[in-house]
Design a protein around this ligand. Structure first.
Ligand SMILES: *[C@@H]1O[C@H](CO)[C@@H](O)[C@H](O)[C@H]1NC(C)=O
Ligand SMILES: *[C@@H]1O[C@H](CO)[C@@H](O)[C@H](O)[C@H]1NC(C)=O
Length: 319
């Protein structure tokens, strides 16, 4: 009996050790005096590419970045910021759930927040860049009710009006889904909902910047602290091989494609010229980097040099 246990241990302990060799789903850095954490919410899964471009072109671009289109996946990078005004979370991700296949591989946020020592109860303010389901479904807790019971919710006034009054499906692919998931997500926060005017600052150090097109009231968010700036781009573009290298590629969820393209190129030019640090929601995790101009109408992504790489102390595994 003892021998069997010993053999069992010898066989399985190394395997358990091996299972611990995952990368952490959390990335920490600073912007001025703000402590920032990117938390991985998993990824979206598309069985056919969601871009209105020839599939060979999408494949060629993804292939050149060593990425597959079968399926095509997009990371979900949720940002938490510890500021003097409290703890802010931007875009609480997709919540998961089998009922919407694209979102089923996302929704790891709550698990990964707890592993990171950032419980959902500790969030004071939740900001939304826009109302699409992959950004807002995580507002609703897994048992219903608010996922962030102590948080106020902030959303652009135009964006909120659109989702609260829009009576029709916005596209064939998304019959009523976004509208309903937005309303379900926002409902538990109704008593504290803060509607933010375009180009205004709801909290010191933060500014909602209107760039309509992806959705009617889409905002990107500027974060500023002690001389440093971070641009949280939301869905102004999706990721490097698609709308960053090819700003003309429309994605199925855009409500005004020509306007979305103009807003995209405008922000890409601005952050490239200004060498800004950017947090991109759907870029490969952690989605922290810089945009450079690579052609007349194309841009490229440069991963930010490692920040805050740590002291080499091995941390215990996340479970
Ligand atoms: C995508 O391109 C790669 C490299 O050219 C090729 O091996 C692969 O079969 C293509 N996949 C699809 C789905 O077209
Ligand atoms: C450019 O970046 C600097 C430093 O990050 C910032 O202070 C400034 O406001 C930015 N300018 C624009 C136009 O974004």
């Amino acid at each position: 009996m003892f021998l069997r246990s010993a053999i069992f241990l010898l066989c399985f302990v190394p395997i358990l050790g091996f299972l611990c060799q995952e990368n952490s789903p959390v990335y920490r850095f600073t912007i001025g005096d703000i402590r920032a954490t990117v938390i991985y919410d998993g990824f979206l899964t598309f069985t056919t590419p969601p871009f209105f471009a020839p599939v060979e072109d999408v494949n060629a671009s993804y292939s050149a970045c060593f990425r597959s289109i079968d399926p095509l996946t997009l990371s979900q990078n949720v940002l938490v910021l510890d500021t003097e005004a409290g703890r802010v979370l931007i875009d609480p991700g997709a919540r998961g759930g089998e009922e919407v296949p694209v979102l089923a591989s996302a929704g790891l946020l709550f698990k990964n927040m707890r592993a990171a020592g950032i419980p959902p109860e500790s969030i004071d303010h939740v900001f939304l860049t826009h109302g699409h389901a992959d950004h807002v479904s995580g507002l609703l807790g897994l048992e219903g009710g608010p996922a962030f019971p102590n948080a106020k919710l902030y959303v652009g006034v135009t964006e909120n009006r659109f989702w609260m009054t829009e009576p029709l499906p916005i596209s064939e692919d998304h019959p009523l889904r976004d509208t309903l998931l937005y309303r379900d997500g926002v409902a538990p926060y109704a008593p504290s909902l803060q509607l933010v005017e375009e180009d205004s600052s709801p909290l010191p150090g933060f500014r909602f910047m209107s760039n309509t097109g992806h959705s009617p009231g889409h905002n990107y968010i500027e974060v500023e602290s002690n001389g440093e700036t971070l641009i949280v781009s939301g869905d102004t573009w999706e990721s490097k091989p698609d709308q960053l290298q090819n700003p003309d590629w429309q994605i199925g969820t855009e409500t005004d494609p020509p306007m979305a393209r103009r807003s995209r190129v405008k922000l890409l030019r601005k952050v490239a010229r200004n060498r800004s640090l950017v947090l991109s929601f759907h870029e490969a995790f952690p989605g922290l980097g810089h945009v450079v101009k690579s052609g007349r109408r194309s841009f490229d992504w440069v991963v930010a040099p490692p920040r805050n790489i740590g002291t080499g102390v091995v941390q215990k595994c996340f479970s």
